[in-house]
Write a protein that binds this ligand. Structure first.
Ligand code: S3P
Length: 162
């Protein structure tokens, strides 16, 4: 499996589609899988059940996707925070999509519904980038820069590098 990791606004969903298209593969997206399994949006899962419960659902979705799917998998930006989820990714091609603070804010948008960014989007994204970048680096088998680059160019680089 080719697994795309990285912060919110890195472009995981978009790039997953483009990489899959180039390789004749299909895409899975754990945010989508969790919402489908739960029948409620992620924002509601966070409010009603909390982040820890969401991470468990996310881990289940990652495990299910890896077991049943061969292709490209986009995981939520915080999936790799969970050590058990990180363990599941061992042995797969794990691509870290790097994104800088300003670009991430621009792509996510100030009106985002993402629960972890409510209140102060720029400040929250900065804190998450600082905390998570070392984790992304340690899990990834390939890191790709996305700032100022067209999605097609990023997808080409990934396909060439793998
Ligand atoms: C999260 C990222 C979101 C989603 C949830 C939590 C995070 O996915 O899983 O809101 O902790 O970074 P995207 O990275 O696809 O936005």
């Amino acid at each position: 499996m080719i697994v795309l990791i990285g912060p919110m606004g890195a472009g995981k969903t978009t790039i997953a589609g483009l990489v899959a298209e180039r390789l004749g593969m299909t895409v899975r997206d754990t945010d989508h899988d969790v919402e489908a399994a739960e029948g409620r949006p992620i924002s509601e899962i966070f409010v009603d059940s909390g982040e820890a419960a969401f991470r468990e659902l996310e881990r289940t979705a990652v495990a299910a996707a890896l077991a049943t799917h061969e292709g490209v998998l986009a995981v939520g930006g915080g999936a790799v925070l969970d050590p058990a989820t990180r363990d599941l990714l061992a042995g797969h091609d794990v691509v870290f999509l790097r994104v800088g603070l300003s670009e991430s804010v621009k792509r996510v948008g100030l009106g985002t519904s993402r629960p972890l960014l409510l209140g102060n989007v720029r400040g929250r994204i900065k804190a998450l980038l600082d905390e998570r970048t070392p984790i992304y680096e340690s899990v990834a088998t390939l890191a790709v820069e996305t700032d100022g680059r067209a999605p097609d160019e990023i997808a080409d680089e990934i396909v060439t590098a793998l």
